[in-house]
Design a protein around this ligand. Sequence first.
Ligand code: AMP
Length: 190
Amino acid sequence: MVHITTGELFREAIRQETELGKQAKPYYDRGQLVPDHLTIAMLLERLSQSDCARGCMLDGFPRTLEQATALDEALTREGKGINRVLYIKVPEDELLSRLSGRWNCRQCGSVYHQRFQPPRQAGRCDQCGGELYQRDDDRPETVRKRLEVYFQQTAPLIDYYRERGKLVEIDGNKSVEEVAEELLAAVDVP
Ligand code: AMP
């Protein structure tokens, strides 16, 4: 299934210095959410591409109630809808240490952690040999800001999707293998 990550779309736009990238960068750098009108337009444009015609998995979107209702409206117009919403629960101090030790592959996007999931060779991806880098917004002070923004603006979506019978809760405070297994079971759409 196509995997769409709004954070990655923003990182690409910022790397390429597009108009959207220039508008998003100040928010991104401070760990704040990019304004809804920019984020919604970017996401709906991506969803209109042919590879999404048979469905996709959204990651990092929606993050506000306005984004959630815009998504519902756009999908309803096309006779489509959301199957499931996966809520991966992890305690705050654990999130802090996971994000601040995270390393990403520049080439294939694989994710490592300096303590919990180190690569075989420091600075190199096990999968493709690509260079590993640390995201600027994974610095501890920006991570704290991102968590604050999450609790204020994104946490209300848990009830929004629970009330609509879409929410599946996953215990994310387990090993990578156990969480992966729970996630796969949750998306096993018949
Ligand atoms: P992520 O990779 O999901 O942690 O996102 C990194 C950054 O991209 C966030 O801190 C925001 O600045 C921006 N971003 C990603 N997704 C969204 C969204 N749905 N709404 C607003 N801003 C977003």
